[in-house]
Design a protein around this ligand. Structure first.
Ligand code: SME
Length: 161
């Protein structure tokens, strides 16, 4: 495991630059949301080596666990709770440099030190899912990740009903 954050490094910028076309090729004309989310999480996990990469889908007043890579995780998160539920409620990407300092953080793994959650909108504009990423490295997410992950997540939008 890398213990130093590579946030906003040239290396990370280059990784996102390479991921764009790679992901477009992998997604191709696949229209199954679960298949796309499964490969998406594997690609991001493999590329950056983060502890946990996965999705939670909106189901009524909760988020329900979707495809992911990493250790087992909690299956349901209430609207407004934790980092995921907060990103859903606030309808914006949340970057948490220190998870222990985030009120109400839901600790699925003791190894998680920092986190980013990106809401994903369906075609009608409502938040339909979130991408959640946990890192074992403190303060591991920066503006490069916000831009890179939001751009990648936009490609999933047409797959939501
Ligand atoms: N930490 C998240 C819960 C999900 S796990 O990290 C996979 C949260 O506070 O919402």
């Amino acid at each position: 495991m890398t213990t130093t954050s590579k946030k906003n490094s040239a290396e990370r910028v280059a990784a996102y630059d390479a991921l764009g076309p790679q992901w477009a090729q992998l997604l191709d004309d696949e229209r199954d949301l679960i298949a796309a989310m499964a490969n998406f999480s594997a690609l991001i996990h493999d590329t950056f080596g983060w502890h946990w990469v996965g999705f939670y889908r909106v189901a009524g007043a909760e988020l329900v666990l979707g495809p992911f890579q990493g250790p087992v995780a909690c299956t349901r998160i209430t609207y407004g709770k934790g980092v995921c539920g907060s990103a859903w409620k606030e309808e914006r990407t949340l970057v948490v440099p220190d998870v222990s300092a985030f009120p109400g953080h839901i600790a699925c793994s003791p190894h998680s030190r920092s986190e980013i959650v990106v809401p994903i909108r369906a075609r009608d504009g409502r938040v339909a899912a979130v991408l959640d990423i946990d890192s074992e490295v403190p303060d591991d997410f920066g503006t490069v990740d916000v831009h890179g992950l939001e751009t990648l997540c936009e490609t999933l939008q047409p797959l939501f009903e």
